[in-house]
Structures are given as C-alpha cells and as structure tokens.
Design a protein around this ligand. Structure first.
Ligand code: TYD
Length: 202
C-alpha cells in the first residue's frame, strides 16, 4: 500500500486534537497502519525543541529556525520511513503552521520560510491537510477553560486572527490539498464533515 501523509491544522482551540484518535481509527478500520505524531516534536530531539520553543522567549526568526530544525528530524526519522513502509502518517501540525504562526502571527516574510521549506522538504508535501477553522473568539473561549497556556496561546486576539487568515489564504491557494473543516460545530457535525472528506479520497 502507498503511504499517505495527512496533517491537521488550525488556530489554537480549533479542536483538531479531539479528532486525531477518531481519524486513526477510521484508517485502521480500512486496513491501514497508522502513525500518529505531532509538531513541533515527534522525535526525542523534536520534543526537547518543543519544550524550548513553546516556553522560552526568543526572536521570531529563532522560533522559525527551531520549528524547521525539529521538522527535519521528524521528517527523516519518522515521516519518511513510515511513508516508505506504506503507513498513514497523521501529524498534528506541519509546515502550514509555520506560515500561519511565524509569518501570519509574527510577521516574518514568507520568502524566508519558503527558503527553509525548500531546504528541509523540497520534495515532500502532505497528501491531505485538514484545516479546522472557526472564529478566533470561539477558539479563545475554548482555550480559556483549558490547561496552562503556552507562548502562542498567550498571544493577543489580533495574533490569532492573523494566524487564522493566513491559514485560510493558504487553503484558497492550495484547494486540492487543504480541506477546510468548520470546527465551530459540535463534535458529531465535525465528524460528519471529516467522514465526507475521507470517503471522497481516491
Ligand atoms: P499545538 O498543536 O497547539 O499543541 P497543543 O494542542 O498541545 O497546545 O501546537 C503547539 C503550538 O506550536 C501552537 O500554538 C502552534 C505552534 N506552532 C508554530 O508556531 N509553528 C509551527 O511550525 C508549528 C508546527 C507549531
């Protein structure tokens, strides 16, 4: 079987993590081996970098470089081997998050990240990206009841609004890869949207 690379994206509080296990179960029930992973993180080095980048104050460019350093490790050690073995890799975030947060949120020029993307994974893109979208005020309300916020979750409303807008712009630019899911609906309604997307896969 051919490997498949699926990524989940969205603003903080959009609910993507609640659907990770359900997505894995769907693929397994269709006879697929599934590897669930996340960014930043996914490897021992990546998880250490995650601790740093989520909690230590740093320059925006350092932040971008760490995201891509962790990503390179993740791609070489986890993603490529799993895809080569024919598995479905489901990653909670990938490079779309760098464009949304480091460019949209922090204001880095996209050309910088395009260079890093060309360096780290010129020949690899997700086969499918599920973008969980919802108004950032609703996402913020969901987060307010959650555990202690990291550096990104502590950002102001306008930061999250720019992140959301950047994600949506990328979805418009890559409609064949990025599918927008209305994350503002209840769990069952979101699942119905996901199911429709999964059942339409080639
Ligand atoms: P997140 O999936 O939200 O983890 P959790 O659900 O445990 O809070 O990811 C952590 C944060 O990392 C999130 O706020 C977005 C940020 N991030 C970037 O800014 N750039 C990136 O390239 C990636 C992968 C994540």
């Amino acid at each position: 079987m051919k490997g498949m690379f699926l990524t989940l994206e969205g603003v903080d509080g959009a609910g993507k993590s609640s659907h990770l296990e359900w997505l894995a179960t769907w693929f397994r029930s269709h006879g697929r081996e599934v590897r669930m992973t996340r960014e930043p993180g996914g490897t021992p080095v990546g998880e250490k970098l995650r601790e740093i980048v989520l909690h230590e104050p740093m320059h925006a460019e350092t932040e971008a470089l760490i995201m891509f350093a962790a990503r390179l490790e993740h791609i070489e050690r986890i993603i490529r081997p799993a895809l080569a073995a024919g598995e479905v890799v489901i990653s909670d975030r990938f490079t779309d998050a760098s464009f949304a947060y480091q460019c949209g949120g922090r204001g880095l020029p996209e050309a910088r990240l395009e260079m890093l993307e060309a360096w780290v994974h010129a020949d690899l893109q997700p086969d499918l990206t599920l973008l969980f979208d919802l108004p950032t005020e609703i996402a913020a309300r969901r987060l307010a009841t959650a555990r202690s916020p990291d550096r990104f979750e502590r950002e102001q409303a306008d930061f999250h609004a720019r992140v959301r807008a950047t994600y949506l712009r990328r979805a418009e630019r890559h409609p064949e890869r990025i599918r927008v899911v209305d994350g503002g609906q209840g769990l069952e309604a979101v699942r119905a949207q996901l199911l429709a997307i999964l059942e339409s896969l080639p």
